[in-house]
Ligand binder design. Structure first.
Ligand code: AKG
Length: 251
């Protein structure tokens, strides 16, 4: 089965070098975590941290491969329909739990009714390592067990309006990983979807974590810069973003 995603449906890029950062090993392995300060790490607000270049190129390729599989099914990636009739320009596929505005279910009832793919253990480990790196605390990931991820694919025109991630019944941090084209990421405050906010660039391999007082901050993606990604990630165009969350749901 193929996916309708330009740039997202022809893997097979050569393996490359360029491995550097704090993510440690492959995405499916646990390895020594780097907890010391690293150049470029920046705390935008209490609990909101940007770690540029956290994923190696090899790890990005592994994630692209995994996301491509999930995009094919059991519930294929789709443009989410909004309750008032709008359609999101971003395409999304979920694992663990399926998100549709504005609830989580195990089955993708607005797609094909299939139960979504399991949230894999290696992704839990990756989420834990992400918290260690972002918060520079070797125990920051100890109690973190994400059970869902929203995987968004942006073509050159796609945007995501300012919103809060608030369907989760948990205040555990959100871990965001970006691959492919660079975007402008707008990170605001928990009170209003308008200013004050900060615009940063999220590039391929970047980690962004928002937890603590920033967990329910409004955020969005006003712009993607086509052609800025490295095809060696396996993504020949567009931007992929993975946000891991803890739903706090049972069942
Ligand atoms: O694409 C991004 O960087 C953000 C994604 C996001 O805000 C979301 O999935 O709720």
């Amino acid at each position: 089965m193929s996916t309708p995603l330009p740039g997202f449906d022809d893997l097979g890029q050569p393996a490359g070098a360029g491995e550097s950062n704090g993510a440690g090993g492959g995405v499916r392995t646990t390895s020594v975590d780097r907890t010391g300060p690293r150049p470029g790490r920046r705390e935008l607000a209490p609990g909101a941290v940007h770690v540029p270049g956290w994923l190696t190129l090899a790890q990005q390729r592994e994630l692209v491969t995994a996301c491509r599989d999930w995009a094919r099914g059991p519930a294929p990636i789709r443009h989410t329909k909004l309750p008032r009739g709008g359609v999101m320009s971003v395409q999304t596929v979920c694992i663990g739990w399926h998100w549709q505005p504005y609830a989580y279910t195990r089955t993708a009832d607005d797609v094909n009714g299939a139960r979504v793919a399991e949230f894999p253990d290696w992704m839990v480990e990756l989420g834990r390592r992400a918290l260690v790196a972002a918060y520079q605390d070797s125990s920051a990931g100890d109690d973190y067990t994400p059970d869902t991820a929203l995987i968004n694919f942006y073509d050159g025109q796609a945007k995501l309006g300012m919103h809060q991630d608030k369907e989760e019944r948990s205040s555990a941090p959100v871990v965001s990983l970006s691959i492919g084209d660079t975007c402008t990421f707008r990170f605001g405050n928990a009170e209003t979807r308008t200013k004050p906010y900060t615009d940063i660039e999220l590039a391929s391999g970047d980690l962004f974590v928002f937890g603590g007082p920033s967990r329910f901050a409004y955020h969005g993606v006003p712009k993607v810069r086509p052609g800025t990604g490295d095809p060696a990630t396996g993504l020949t165009s567009g931007r992929l973003n993975i946000t891991m969350r803890v739903t706090g749901l049972d069942g």
